[in-house]
Ligand binder design. Structure first.
Ligand code: SIN
Length: 493
């Protein structure tokens, strides 16, 4: 009998955990994970802080987590979704523990729970300061044990095939063989992560180019709240390359201070929660301080913290700071806000399904209603887990095997050798950075949209000569930038 074939695009926490759930319930189904680089290349592995969940039920309550999430989202969260995610959190954490994720524990054996901005109680599960990396490693090992999950690396999805509002496959670049492929499927799960690479300064890896959002929109899905891009307040100012190294919020949760160039703690002037206000408030306070001082960065001050305990909790951060010449025992660490998390995304229902049948979106690329205008710290891995579970249940209940053919109307590209695209990417990222801080200025935002339109036209014309990965990524980044600015201009309720 013909068995359903599921394609999952992306190998971060959302894609891997969705694949595992489907594989375990239906060992005869074929689940293909496609990812544009290696299996390990994803945003998940850079999530330092952890996962928020109410595990200390003696002192914490789901209601407190719900209220913290609603407060952080500033009245724009969907309360039903917030309740659903928070109430399903503990079950997902237990599943991760069963898979083998080694969350830090106290000498008593109880989970060690950290504090982060906007949380009224310490509820962040972590594995030192490399939580995402540890989870990714465990999930990948689990995937390897399931013969019905096939991992295809270096397959770069570029268009979704949709016929009669039903998804039926993915058109992709095989970047090893330098060829085009069409992969048919009975359900598609987009789990491609975020789009921080649209901005000049970001904590996101180079793969975060918004491919899922752009492809889904071209296929007819909708987006919501894309204008709410979260800037993480504390990226290491001096990091090399396109991805800034993150100094986890958990460092401030642990007791580090933020100081300006005069050595003054300034956060209490902006919010009574001080350094542990929500990220939007801390980032905008830092931008204000920088505007006033004309300096390039503010600083994290860890000098008063007990080094032995601190370095055991944050080994990567301590080592990376040292690599850049900062000894946390005696130096102030220069930090700046950096584009970190796409709070909006592809609109999905409570099953993770878009308005196209058989097309799902989970994780950062999706908009579920959990985050509102500003995601609460460490709610993102949680959302990815809960929605991968709910989407997998829906897929298991509603997917039927069908015979597919390559849909009409998909473009026939050919693969060409890459050329430099910096003449487009540099201005795009600079404009997005400039426009982000003045999204309320409609005239200015429209000017940036017009500029992006002009580049989009030039880039689309290039497709006639052929495609290569960086070109399709640029095309997707332009589409995402366009959506971010257009939703700022005409907000959706
Ligand atoms: C952090 O550790 O500060 C980042 C985790 C998150 O984005 O929630």
């Amino acid at each position: 009998m013909l068995q359903p074939n599921i394609i999952i695009i992306g190998s971060g926490i959302a894609g891997l955990s969705c694949a595992l759930r489907i594989a375990d319930h239906q060992p005869d189904w074929k689940i293909q994970i496609i990812t544009k680089k290696t299996a390990r290349t994803s945003n998940t592995r850079y999530a330092q802080g952890g996962i928020a969940a109410v595990m200390d039920t003696l002192n914490d309550t789901p209601e407190k987590h719900i209220q913290d999430t609603l407060l952080s989202g500033k009245g724009k969260c969907d309360e039903n979704v917030v309740r659903y995610v928070v109430e399903n959190a503990a079950a997902c954490i237990h599943e991760l523990i069963r898979y083998g994720v080694p969350f830090d524990r106290k000498p008593s054996g109880a989970l060690s729970l950290g504090l982060e901005g906007g949380h009224s109680y310490p509820r962040i599960l972590h594995v030192k300061d490399y939580t995402g990396f540890a989870i990714e490693r465990v999930l990948l090992n689990q995937v390897k044990k399931r013969p019905n999950i096939l991992m295809y690396t270096h397959i770069h999805a570029i268009e979704l095939g949709v016929t009669n509002k039903q998804s039926d496959g993915v058109y992709a670049l095989d970047t090893r063989n330098k060829s085009m492929v069409f992969l048919s499927s009975d359900a598609i799960v987009i789990a491609t992560g975020g789009s921080g690479q649209v901005f000049e300064v970001t904590t996101n890896p180079t793969v975060s180019t918004g491919d899922g959002v752009a492809m889904a929109c071209r296929a007819g899905a909708e987006t919501k709240y894309m204008q709410y891009f979260q800037f993480h307040p504390t990226a290491l100012y001096k990091s090399k390359g396109r991805q800034k190294f993150l100094i986890s919020e958990a460092v401030r949760g642990y007791g580090a201070y933020l100081v300006n160039s005069r050595g003054e703690r300034f956060m209490n002037r902006y919010d009574k929660r001080g350094e542990l206000a929500t990220r939007d408030i801390v980032s905008s306070a830092i931008f204000r301080e920088l505007d006033m001082s004309g300096e390039n960065s503010v600083f994290i001050d860890c000098r008063h913290l007990k080094y032995k305990e601190f370095s055991s909790q944050f080994p990567e951060i301590v080592a990376t700071c040292l690599k850049y010449g900062y000894d946390v025992r005696k130096d102030l660490i220069p930090v700046v806000p950096a584009a970190h998390y796409q709070c909006g995304g592809i609109s999905v229902d409570i099953n993770g399904q878009t308005k196209i049948r058989g097309l799902y979106a989970i994780g950062e690329c999706s908009y579920t209603g959990l985050h509102g205008t500003n995601r609460l710290a460490s709610n993102s891995l949680l959302e990815a887990l809960v929605f991968s579970a709910t989407a997998s249940e829906h897929i298991l209940a509603h997917t039927k095997a069908q015979k597919h053919k390559k849909p009409d109307g998909l473009p026939h590209y050919h693969y060409i050798s890459p050329i430099s695209l910096t003449r487009y990417t540099l201005p795009l990222r600079r404009w997005m950075m400039e426009s982000f801080r003045s999204l309320d200025d409609k005239e200015r935002t429209q000017t940036y949209i017009n500029r992006i339109n002009e580049i989009e036209i030039q880039v689309r014309e290039r497709f006639a000569d052929g495609v290569f990965p960086a070109l399709t990524e640029l095309y997707n980044m332009l589409a995402v930038a366009h959506i971010i600015l257009s939703e700022a201009l005409n907000p959706k309720e």
